[in-house]
Design a protein around this ligand. Structure first.
Ligand code: ADP
Length: 543
């Protein structure tokens, strides 16, 4: 027997309509490329998204057309999210930190029709303009007064909106209609496109709002430092309006002092981003001798949050919540909001827990599969590849059958490529990416664990462990490190610091000091680049 309830499609436009009606005074506060700090309410945002939707229609944009953006976090980028998807087109956010080759590949593969560009990124497009598909048109995201002098044939964002009506009846269509497209950075091979639907996006927003839910004061402000060009700023432009929280958008100003100033003046409650950006903020907090006013919660993910960083923020009264996910998961999978029984533990035990990746979000199923292909128990001991299943997880990649087939197992779960354990309380512990594990004498060494311990040494600012070939042991770990100050301790000193936590055979065979860590387009340490840089490296024992 079926239930007798209405079935309404889950559509992204409903989120903004709801926010405008129920949380009309909450705001989007944006640092803009023009140099100002701009504020507008969700009510105004809805009106401008309506204008943009009319303008897109006037430009001939249809259902299913891909509309690309090269832009920072800001109100215009949010308007694009809602207007493009709202009329049934697909918002394709491009990561401007990709190489020109990847940029061109992605634009070609997605067959974008229009490209919306922030002022900062105009030179990026000018540099590759001769290789761009014919017929691709550009819109500069600014007003007439700030339009750049460019050889590109461009439209002006604010002019497009000007004469358009501020109301719209958003069209109704199948909730499975594609809404957003985001390519993973693709450390090997070409980038692959995750194609989100209205249904998956609305459900993910609901799941994320469950995480925020309890604990956030009404109308509190959230700062997504994680960019809108990388997995939709972890879904915050959808979840925050749903909850009535204001969004504080940092635009291009992502350095520590700029973030501190913005957070302080806006009294940001919760800030979300990858570990590398929080290092900059930490340094500024140290310099100022205080945290920004109102700063209460830090959500950190994208790569493992170093234990030393968690400790430092916690000691200053900031609740650190460690999240894990991927582009293919919209992206949040697990989240480290702690239950009371953990909060009752001593400080060290709490930090131990927070160094893990939290528990699954509702709507995300997790399984661990061993090397022999069997499902492993959730006992905190058995490690294996992590597979995921859920309504906001990809079922394949956009126009890429081969990659789609390789990604899914026979039961329809998606393979993450991460090696993990899950304990009896549901806490996930990511040990490594499968390709980053160090295999020594048939045993695995977790590079994340070694890095955490290395970064707890006061002389080390950042550390990465990579595997180096060894004739007897297959691979041995080598520590690549950036010094905090002048001091560069010897390998023996580092061993003395690490011993006790690790078996002797698990300790790195060498330490290489570098000036700077290479980062990927999404702000993570690029082990691929490190491996390439040290291609000809020979372990001390073999020299
Ligand atoms: P890319 O880095 O290629 O852009 P994603 O952003 O989708 O791709 O990265 C997803 C991967 O990042 C995960 O599979 C995992 O290896 C890693 N990751 C994300 N969050 C964490 C975390 N909290 N701890 C450890 N690894 C993480």
């Amino acid at each position: 027997m079926l239930g007798m309830m209405m079935q309404r499609p889950l559509l992204i436009s409903d989120i903004l309509t709801y926010a405008a009606e129920a949380h009309g005074r909450s705001e989007i506060i944006s640092v803009r490329c023009e140099g100002d700090l701009h504020r507008q309410s969700y009510r105004e945002t809805a009106a401008r998204a309506a204008q943009l939707a009319h303008a897109l229609k006037a430009e001939g944009v249809d259902m299913g057309d891909r509309i690309a953006t090269l832009a920072w976090n800001g109100h215009r980028h949010v308007e694009l999210y809602y207007a493009v998807s709202g009329i049934g087109a697909v918002i394709h956010t491009i990561n401007p930190r990709l190489s020109p080759e990847q940029l061109l590949y992605i634009i070609g593969h997605a067959e974008d029709k229009l490209l919306f560009v922030d002022l900062t990124f105009v030179p990026l497009i000018e540099a590759v303009k001769d290789h761009l598909p014919e017929g691709l048109r550009f819109v500069i995201m600014t007003d007439r007064a700030h339009m750049p002098d460019t050889s590109l044939d461009v439209l002006c964002y604010e002019e497009m909106l000007e004469a358009q009506p501020k109301q719209i009846d958003w069209p109704e269509f199948d909730e499975n209609t594609a809404a957003g497209l985001c390519y993973t950075s693709g450390t090997t091979g070409h980038p692959k496109g995750a194609l989100y639907s209205h249904r998956s996006t609305v459900l993910h927003a609901l799941y994320v709002s469950l995480i925020m839910g309890a604990g956030y004061p009404p109308e509190s402000k959230i700062l997504p430092v994680v960019p809108q060009f990388h997995v939709n700023a972890w879904g915050l432009p959808y979840a925050a309006p749903l909850m009535g929280h204001s969004l504080v958008m940092p635009g291009p100003a992502l350095d520590g002092p700029s973030l501190f100033k913005l957070m302080d003046s806006e009294k940001v409650f919760s800030a979300w981003g990858v570990p590398t950006v929080w290092q900059g903020l930490s340094a500024e907090i140290k310099a100022q001798g205080r945290i920004p006013e109102g700063f209460s919660e830090l959500v950190v993910g994208g790569s493992a949050a170093p234990r030393a960083m968690i400790e430092a923020f916690e000691k200053q009264g900031v609740d650190v919540q460690h999240a894990w996910g991927m582009t293919e998961m919209s992206p949040i999978g697990t989240h480290g909001k702690m239950p009371q029984w953990v909060k009752d533990e001593d400080f060290k035990t709490q930090v131990d827990r927070k160094s893990q990746q939290g528990r699954r979000m509702f709507g995300v199923d997790l399984k661990i599969v061993g090397e022999d292909g069997t499902r492993q128990p959730h006992d905190g001991e058995a490690a294996g590849e992590l597979f995921v299943r859920g309504n906001a997880i990809v079922s394949g990649y956009f126009n890429n059958e081969e990659a789609s087939r390789a990604a899914m197992d026979a039961e329809g779960w998606f393979g993450t490529g991460d090696i993990a354990t899950i304990d009896e309380h549901g806490f996930l512990n990511i040990q490594d990416r499968a390709k980053d594990l160090v295999k020594s004498g048939g045993e695995w060494i977790s590079s994340i664990d070694l890095e955490n311990l290395a970064m707890a040494h006061p002389a080390i600012a950042t550390a990465a462990v990579i595997a180096m070939p060894h004739p007897k042991w297959d691979e041995r770990p080598v520590l690549v490190a950036v010094a905090e100050g002048e001091e560069t301790p010897s390998l023996e000193e580092l061993h003395a610091h690490m011993e006790g936590e690790f078996a002797k055979w698990q300790l790195p065979d060498d330490v290489i000091w570098v000036e700077e860590m290479p980062l990927t387009a999404t702000g993570k340490i690029s082990k691929l680049t490190l491996r390439k840089t040290f291609e000809d490296y020979v372990l001390p024992e073999l020299r």
